[in-house]
Design a protein around this ligand. Structure first.
Ligand SMILES: [Zn+2]
Length: 145
């Protein structure tokens, strides 16, 4: 399964992650889900209520409003993203423990190496089994295999 992400959206996430550094940033991801390709259409920055470098939680009210907006746009809620300011791009113990939605895609953007940010996407089953998905960052909506 390939997750296609526009360069513009990647940069939006990255800008937020840098802005909120050293805290984790978070947000919701919307798009279209196909058989083999999942296409991200928009990312929605959210407030990290925890204001922490190690975990995040979203404001339910804010979440509700964004989910409504996603529906209005005709997209699916694909999942969420958050940054790891100091740790690698993989789910932490806490991330797995809180991964209640097996259908969701969890994007993790690591700023461990400031000059080389790493973005990965995962599915998390049973709060323990982690599957890494292939992320393709594409420019201007172009998508070549
Ligand atoms: Zn995390």
């Amino acid at each position: 399964m390939i997750v296609k992400l526009d360069q513009r959206l990647y940069e939006k996430m990255l800008a937020q992650a840098k802005e909120e550094f050293p805290n984790e940033c978070c947000g919701l991801v919307a798009g279209e889900s196909g058989e083999d390709i999942i296409e991200v259409k928009e990312v929605f920055p959210m407030t990290n209520l925890d204001a922490s470098a190690e975990h995040f939680s979203m404001d339910p009210k804010e979440q509700f409003a964004v989910v409504k907006e996603i529906r209005c746009l005709g997209y699916d809620l694909l999942g969420n993203y958050h940054s790891h300011p100091f740790t690698p791009s993989r789910p932490s113990y806490e991330d797995k423990r809180l991964a209640y939605d097996e259908g969701a895609i969890y994007f993790i953007l690591s700023l461990k190496k400031r000059d080389e940010p790493v973005l990965n996407a995962f599915k998390i089953k049973g709060r323990s089994e982690v599957t890494k998905l292939e992320v393709k960052i594409v420019e201007g909506g172009e998508f070549n295999e």
